[in-house]
Write a protein that binds this ligand. Structure first.
Ligand SMILES: NC(=O)c1ccc[n+]([C@@H]2O[C@H](COP(=O)([O-])OP(=O)(O)OC[C@H]3O[C@@H](n4cnc5c(N)ncnc54)[C@H](OP(=O)(O)O)[C@@H]3O)[C@@H](O)[C@H]2O)c1
Length: 268
Protein backbone atom coordinates (compact mmCIF):
# COMPACT_ATOMS: atom_id res chain seq x y z
CA UNK A 1 0.00 0.00 0.00
CA UNK A 2 1.48 3.38 -0.99
CA UNK A 3 0.62 6.43 1.11
CA UNK A 4 1.28 10.15 0.66
CA UNK A 5 0.86 12.54 3.58
CA UNK A 6 0.19 16.22 2.97
CA UNK A 7 1.56 17.89 6.11
CA UNK A 8 4.32 16.27 8.15
CA UNK A 9 3.34 17.41 11.63
CA UNK A 10 2.56 15.69 14.93
CA UNK A 11 -0.39 13.61 13.76
CA UNK A 12 1.32 12.54 10.54
CA UNK A 13 4.23 11.27 12.64
CA UNK A 14 1.93 9.42 15.07
CA UNK A 15 0.21 7.60 12.19
CA UNK A 16 3.51 7.02 10.40
CA UNK A 17 5.06 5.36 13.48
CA UNK A 18 2.02 3.13 13.88
CA UNK A 19 2.13 2.06 10.22
CA UNK A 20 5.87 1.34 10.26
CA UNK A 21 5.78 -0.62 13.53
CA UNK A 22 2.93 -2.76 12.20
CA UNK A 23 4.64 -3.07 8.79
CA UNK A 24 1.47 -1.75 7.11
CA UNK A 25 3.78 -0.14 4.54
CA UNK A 26 7.54 0.08 4.05
CA UNK A 27 9.34 3.47 4.34
CA UNK A 28 9.87 3.59 0.55
CA UNK A 29 6.09 3.32 0.08
CA UNK A 30 5.50 6.47 2.12
CA UNK A 31 5.90 10.06 0.87
CA UNK A 32 5.47 13.13 3.07
CA UNK A 33 4.93 16.63 1.68
CA UNK A 34 6.04 19.18 4.25
CA UNK A 35 7.00 22.85 3.70
CA UNK A 36 9.71 23.05 6.39
CA UNK A 37 13.11 21.72 5.28
CA UNK A 38 14.30 20.96 8.83
CA UNK A 39 11.20 18.88 9.45
CA UNK A 40 11.56 17.07 6.10
CA UNK A 41 15.15 16.14 6.96
CA UNK A 42 14.10 15.00 10.41
CA UNK A 43 11.37 12.72 9.05
CA UNK A 44 13.49 11.19 6.28
CA UNK A 45 16.45 10.63 8.61
CA UNK A 46 14.38 9.12 11.42
CA UNK A 47 12.06 6.90 9.37
CA UNK A 48 13.67 6.52 5.93
CA UNK A 49 10.53 7.82 4.21
CA UNK A 50 10.50 9.94 1.03
CA UNK A 51 9.94 13.65 1.68
CA UNK A 52 9.13 16.51 -0.65
CA UNK A 53 8.40 20.23 -0.40
CA UNK A 54 5.77 19.87 -3.12
CA UNK A 55 2.22 18.76 -2.36
CA UNK A 56 1.75 18.13 -6.08
CA UNK A 57 4.69 15.69 -6.15
CA UNK A 58 3.19 13.78 -3.23
CA UNK A 59 -0.13 13.45 -5.05
CA UNK A 60 1.04 12.81 -8.59
CA UNK A 61 3.16 9.81 -7.53
CA UNK A 62 -0.18 7.96 -7.71
CA UNK A 63 -0.15 6.77 -4.08
CA UNK A 64 -3.13 4.56 -3.14
CA UNK A 65 -4.05 6.84 -0.23
CA UNK A 66 -3.51 10.59 0.14
CA UNK A 67 -3.68 11.58 3.81
CA UNK A 68 -4.60 15.21 4.37
CA UNK A 69 -2.85 16.08 7.66
CA UNK A 70 -2.70 19.88 7.66
CA UNK A 71 -4.40 22.34 10.01
CA UNK A 72 -8.02 23.24 9.15
CA UNK A 73 -6.92 26.83 8.40
CA UNK A 74 -4.90 25.78 5.32
CA UNK A 75 -7.13 23.02 3.97
CA UNK A 76 -8.88 25.03 1.25
CA UNK A 77 -5.54 26.37 0.00
CA UNK A 78 -4.08 22.83 -0.14
CA UNK A 79 -7.17 21.34 -1.81
CA UNK A 80 -7.08 24.02 -4.53
CA UNK A 81 -3.47 23.17 -5.13
CA UNK A 82 -3.81 19.37 -5.42
CA UNK A 83 -7.34 19.06 -6.81
CA UNK A 84 -6.50 18.52 -10.49
CA UNK A 85 -3.73 16.04 -9.69
CA UNK A 86 -5.75 13.51 -7.71
CA UNK A 87 -6.61 10.56 -9.94
CA UNK A 88 -9.96 8.76 -9.66
CA UNK A 89 -8.32 5.58 -8.32
CA UNK A 90 -6.75 7.46 -5.41
CA UNK A 91 -8.45 7.67 -2.05
CA UNK A 92 -8.43 11.02 -0.26
CA UNK A 93 -8.36 10.52 3.51
CA UNK A 94 -8.70 13.58 5.74
CA UNK A 95 -7.83 13.69 9.44
CA UNK A 96 -8.51 17.43 9.58
CA UNK A 97 -10.74 18.49 12.46
CA UNK A 98 -14.10 19.94 11.52
CA UNK A 99 -13.83 19.85 7.72
CA UNK A 100 -16.86 17.97 6.38
CA UNK A 101 -17.04 15.27 3.68
CA UNK A 102 -19.30 17.59 1.72
CA UNK A 103 -16.67 20.38 1.79
CA UNK A 104 -13.95 17.93 0.80
CA UNK A 105 -15.89 16.49 -2.15
CA UNK A 106 -17.23 19.87 -3.34
CA UNK A 107 -13.91 21.67 -3.15
CA UNK A 108 -12.22 18.93 -5.17
CA UNK A 109 -13.48 17.09 -8.21
CA UNK A 110 -12.93 13.94 -6.20
CA UNK A 111 -15.85 11.90 -4.88
CA UNK A 112 -14.08 9.16 -2.90
CA UNK A 113 -13.29 10.74 0.44
CA UNK A 114 -12.81 9.31 3.92
CA UNK A 115 -12.81 11.28 7.18
CA UNK A 116 -10.87 9.78 10.07
CA UNK A 117 -10.50 11.14 13.58
CA UNK A 118 -7.42 9.42 15.05
CA UNK A 119 -5.58 10.18 18.28
CA UNK A 120 -1.88 10.27 19.17
CA UNK A 121 -1.66 6.91 21.01
CA UNK A 122 -1.85 5.58 17.42
CA UNK A 123 1.94 5.80 17.42
CA UNK A 124 2.15 2.92 19.91
CA UNK A 125 -0.75 0.95 18.40
CA UNK A 126 -3.14 2.03 21.18
CA UNK A 127 -5.08 4.72 19.34
CA UNK A 128 -8.77 5.14 18.59
CA UNK A 129 -9.73 6.04 15.01
CA UNK A 130 -13.34 6.91 14.25
CA UNK A 131 -14.10 7.11 10.52
CA UNK A 132 -16.77 7.62 7.91
CA UNK A 133 -16.86 7.58 4.11
CA UNK A 134 -18.52 9.41 1.22
CA UNK A 135 -21.01 7.38 -0.85
CA UNK A 136 -18.56 6.84 -3.68
CA UNK A 137 -16.00 4.98 -1.59
CA UNK A 138 -15.94 1.35 -2.73
CA UNK A 139 -15.92 -1.67 -0.43
CA UNK A 140 -12.38 -2.41 -1.57
CA UNK A 141 -11.28 1.10 -0.57
CA UNK A 142 -13.02 0.70 2.80
CA UNK A 143 -11.06 -2.52 3.34
CA UNK A 144 -7.87 -0.61 2.55
CA UNK A 145 -8.77 2.02 5.16
CA UNK A 146 -9.41 -0.69 7.76
CA UNK A 147 -6.02 -2.27 7.03
CA UNK A 148 -4.40 1.17 7.40
CA UNK A 149 -6.16 1.95 10.70
CA UNK A 150 -6.16 -1.44 12.45
CA UNK A 151 -2.44 -1.40 13.32
CA UNK A 152 -2.95 2.01 14.94
CA UNK A 153 -5.32 0.63 17.60
CA UNK A 154 -9.07 0.23 17.41
CA UNK A 155 -11.03 1.57 14.44
CA UNK A 156 -14.73 2.37 14.56
CA UNK A 157 -16.79 3.06 11.44
CA UNK A 158 -19.72 5.46 11.89
CA UNK A 159 -22.47 6.23 9.40
CA UNK A 160 -23.38 9.56 10.99
CA UNK A 161 -20.70 12.17 10.23
CA UNK A 162 -21.62 14.31 13.27
CA UNK A 163 -20.04 11.59 15.39
CA UNK A 164 -16.66 12.46 13.82
CA UNK A 165 -16.85 16.01 15.25
CA UNK A 166 -17.97 14.59 18.59
CA UNK A 167 -15.04 12.14 18.54
CA UNK A 168 -12.71 15.06 17.86
CA UNK A 169 -13.77 16.52 21.22
CA UNK A 170 -13.69 13.23 23.12
CA UNK A 171 -11.06 10.82 21.79
CA UNK A 172 -8.87 13.02 19.54
CA UNK A 173 -8.39 15.76 22.17
CA UNK A 174 -8.85 13.19 24.96
CA UNK A 175 -5.19 12.20 25.44
CA UNK A 176 -4.49 15.85 26.38
CA UNK A 177 -7.12 15.65 29.13
CA UNK A 178 -5.60 12.43 30.47
CA UNK A 179 -2.09 13.91 30.29
CA UNK A 180 -3.28 17.02 32.18
CA UNK A 181 -4.90 14.80 34.83
CA UNK A 182 -1.73 12.68 35.18
CA UNK A 183 0.42 15.81 35.37
CA UNK A 184 -1.77 17.12 38.21
CA UNK A 185 -1.52 13.79 40.03
CA UNK A 186 2.29 13.95 39.78
CA UNK A 187 2.25 17.54 41.10
CA UNK A 188 0.02 16.41 43.96
CA UNK A 189 2.47 13.66 44.94
CA UNK A 190 5.32 16.18 44.98
CA UNK A 191 3.16 18.60 46.96
CA UNK A 192 2.66 16.09 49.76
CA UNK A 193 6.38 15.28 49.90
CA UNK A 194 7.24 12.57 47.35
CA UNK A 195 10.17 12.66 44.94
CA UNK A 196 9.26 13.52 41.34
CA UNK A 197 10.47 10.07 40.23
CA UNK A 198 8.26 8.13 42.65
CA UNK A 199 5.27 10.41 42.09
CA UNK A 200 5.58 10.04 38.27
CA UNK A 201 5.88 6.25 38.50
CA UNK A 202 2.87 5.96 40.79
CA UNK A 203 0.70 8.35 38.74
CA UNK A 204 1.42 6.67 35.38
CA UNK A 205 0.80 3.16 36.70
CA UNK A 206 -2.37 4.26 38.45
CA UNK A 207 -3.79 5.69 35.20
CA UNK A 208 -2.61 2.68 33.19
CA UNK A 209 -3.91 0.09 35.67
CA UNK A 210 -7.25 1.85 36.08
CA UNK A 211 -7.78 2.07 32.29
CA UNK A 212 -6.88 -1.63 31.91
CA UNK A 213 -9.26 -2.54 34.73
CA UNK A 214 -12.10 -0.62 33.05
CA UNK A 215 -11.40 -2.37 29.76
CA UNK A 216 -10.87 -5.87 31.13
CA UNK A 217 -13.70 -6.00 33.68
CA UNK A 218 -16.26 -4.13 31.58
CA UNK A 219 -17.62 -2.73 34.88
CA UNK A 220 -19.03 0.83 34.81
CA UNK A 221 -16.54 3.42 36.18
CA UNK A 222 -19.03 4.57 38.84
CA UNK A 223 -19.21 1.03 40.24
CA UNK A 224 -15.42 0.63 40.27
CA UNK A 225 -15.14 4.01 41.99
CA UNK A 226 -17.61 2.89 44.66
CA UNK A 227 -15.57 -0.25 45.28
CA UNK A 228 -12.55 1.82 46.33
CA UNK A 229 -14.52 4.37 48.34
CA UNK A 230 -15.34 3.40 51.91
CA UNK A 231 -17.39 5.79 54.03
CA UNK A 232 -15.17 8.06 56.08
CA UNK A 233 -12.05 6.79 54.30
CA UNK A 234 -9.22 8.52 52.44
CA UNK A 235 -10.70 8.14 48.92
CA UNK A 236 -13.99 9.65 50.07
CA UNK A 237 -12.13 12.63 51.55
CA UNK A 238 -10.45 13.17 48.17
CA UNK A 239 -13.62 12.67 46.10
CA UNK A 240 -15.48 15.28 48.17
CA UNK A 241 -12.78 17.78 47.15
CA UNK A 242 -12.93 16.71 43.49
CA UNK A 243 -16.71 17.17 43.42
CA UNK A 244 -16.43 20.55 45.20
CA UNK A 245 -13.87 21.63 42.59
CA UNK A 246 -16.28 20.66 39.84
CA UNK A 247 -14.16 17.96 38.14
CA UNK A 248 -17.13 16.30 36.47
CA UNK A 249 -18.93 19.46 35.27
CA UNK A 250 -15.65 21.06 34.19
CA UNK A 251 -14.80 18.02 32.07
CA UNK A 252 -18.25 17.98 30.49
CA UNK A 253 -17.92 21.70 29.67
CA UNK A 254 -14.40 21.13 28.30
CA UNK A 255 -15.58 18.43 25.88
CA UNK A 256 -18.53 20.62 24.85
CA UNK A 257 -16.10 23.52 24.17
CA UNK A 258 -13.90 21.24 22.05
CA UNK A 259 -16.96 20.03 20.11
CA UNK A 260 -18.10 23.61 19.40
CA UNK A 261 -14.56 24.47 18.27
CA UNK A 262 -14.53 21.46 15.93
CA UNK A 263 -17.80 22.69 14.38
CA UNK A 264 -16.37 26.23 14.01
CA UNK A 265 -13.20 24.94 12.33
CA UNK A 266 -15.40 23.32 9.70
CA UNK A 267 -16.78 26.74 8.79
CA UNK A 268 -13.43 28.49 8.28
N1 LIG B 1 -2.76 16.35 17.05
C1 LIG B 1 -3.80 15.56 17.30
O1 LIG B 1 -3.91 14.93 18.38
C2 LIG B 1 -4.87 15.36 16.25
C3 LIG B 1 -5.82 14.36 16.43
C4 LIG B 1 -6.76 14.17 15.41
C5 LIG B 1 -6.77 14.97 14.28
N2 LIG B 1 -5.86 15.96 14.17
C6 LIG B 1 -5.88 16.80 12.96
O2 LIG B 1 -4.70 16.53 12.24
C7 LIG B 1 -4.33 17.68 11.50
C8 LIG B 1 -2.85 17.95 11.72
O3 LIG B 1 -2.67 18.21 13.10
P1 LIG B 1 -1.22 18.18 13.75
O4 LIG B 1 -1.42 18.15 15.22
O5 LIG B 1 -0.38 17.14 13.09
O6 LIG B 1 -0.72 19.65 13.31
P2 LIG B 1 0.76 20.11 13.01
O7 LIG B 1 1.71 19.40 13.89
O8 LIG B 1 0.75 21.60 12.99
O9 LIG B 1 0.99 19.58 11.51
C9 LIG B 1 0.56 20.23 10.36
C10 LIG B 1 1.71 20.18 9.37
O10 LIG B 1 1.26 20.70 8.13
C11 LIG B 1 2.32 21.50 7.60
N3 LIG B 1 1.78 22.47 6.63
C12 LIG B 1 1.41 23.77 6.81
N4 LIG B 1 0.99 24.30 5.65
C13 LIG B 1 1.11 23.34 4.71
C14 LIG B 1 0.84 23.28 3.32
N5 LIG B 1 0.35 24.32 2.66
N6 LIG B 1 1.07 22.11 2.68
C15 LIG B 1 1.55 21.04 3.32
N7 LIG B 1 1.83 21.02 4.64
C16 LIG B 1 1.60 22.15 5.34
C17 LIG B 1 2.87 22.18 8.81
O11 LIG B 1 4.15 22.70 8.53
P3 LIG B 1 4.67 23.98 9.38
O12 LIG B 1 5.07 23.44 10.69
O13 LIG B 1 5.79 24.50 8.56
O14 LIG B 1 3.52 24.95 9.46
C18 LIG B 1 2.91 21.02 9.81
O15 LIG B 1 4.08 20.26 9.69
C19 LIG B 1 -5.20 18.84 11.97
O16 LIG B 1 -6.14 19.17 10.99
C20 LIG B 1 -5.87 18.31 13.21
O17 LIG B 1 -7.18 18.79 13.32
C21 LIG B 1 -4.88 16.17 15.11
Amino acid sequence: MTISFIGGGAMCEAILKGILVAKGATPDEITIAEPRKIRRNELSKKYGVITTASNLNAVSNNADIIVLAVKPQVVSFVLNEIDKSISTRQLLLSIVAGVKLDTLTKSTSHASVIRVMPNTPAQIGSGVSVWTASNSVSDKQKEMVVSLLQPLGIEIYVENETLIDMSTALSASGPAYVFAFTESLIDAGIHIGMSIELSTELAIHTVLGSAKMLKETGIHPAELRNLVTSPGGTTEAALIKLEAGGLRSTLIQAVEAAYQRALQLGNL
